[in-house]
Design a protein around this ligand. Structure first.
Ligand code: GLY
Length: 219
């Protein structure tokens, strides 16, 4: 089962609206004005989420308005989560502020089922972070799950999906980051990124660890 929202403005927790789409509508995805109307009809509050710092940064960017495809901690913030319960049931979630300084209407990978997130309860789940354009072009999370279905471990599947992207990065997007996390039905996990700086938390029962993912480019 799946639910998502895209181009949803003024709502603090769009991930909760996405869950309602999954649980209470016959659809998988709501977007823009319709997603906002659905959120407001279900008790969410409309808020101004633009901070003074962001407004100032946007005004400075508007002087040249260059669409630079650089992903770093200053201009994007995607969080992905995968979980396996005690009966082996797998679930996943993904939420993002999206890319900063983009064209109006741009949608990234996170709300696209199969790109930013994909779970098949018979196989495993995968979630992506980084430059959504690169993930969408390879339907990345679906690819990771399909690689696990054909026998690869979560770690191998993440690495192969990153290599698929890295082989084809357009010159204008060199330097971009993408990272995948994956888990399979047995609870084995994997994580791999194009470059260093992608880290993740792994929790097993009471144990929490914070790990750096392996990466392809060794700078
Ligand atoms: N991964 C988030 C985005 O590209 O919008």
């Amino acid at each position: 089962n799946a639910g998502s929202v895209s181009f949803l403005q003024h709502i603090v927790h769009p991930i909760s609206v996405a869950r309602l789409v999954m649980e209470h509508t016959p659809h998988v995805m709501l977007s823009g004005k319709g997603a906002l109307e659905f959120a407001l009809a279900n008790g969410f509050e409309k808020k101004n989420l633009l901070t003074e710092k962001s407004r100032k940064a946007w005004k400075e960017w508007r002087v040249e308005s260059k669409y630079k495809y650089e992903i770093n901690s200053e201009n994007h913030d995607t969080i992905g989560m995968l979980a396996v319960d005690d009966k082996g049931g797998i679930s996943g979630a993904c939420t993002t502020s999206g890319l900063a300084f983009k064209m109006h209407g741009r949608v990234g990978d996170s709300p696209i089922i199969g790109a930013g997130l994909y779970v098949d309860n018979e196989v495993g789940g995968a979630v992506a972070t980084g430059l959504g354009e690169l993930v969408m072009r390879t339907v990345g999370s679906f690819l990771v799950v399909e690689l696990m279905r054909s026998g690869h471990s979560p770690q191998e599947a993440c690495r192969l999906a990153i290599e698929r992207i890295a082989d084809k990065i357009p010159a204008s997007q060199k330097g971009a980051q993408v990272g995948y996390l994956a888990v399979n039905k047995s609870g084995e996990t994997g994580a791999y990124a194009i470059r260093k700086g992608f880290n993740y938390a792994l929790t097993h029962k009471e144990d929490d660890t914070f790990l750096d993912a392996d990466h392809l480019v060794q700078d």
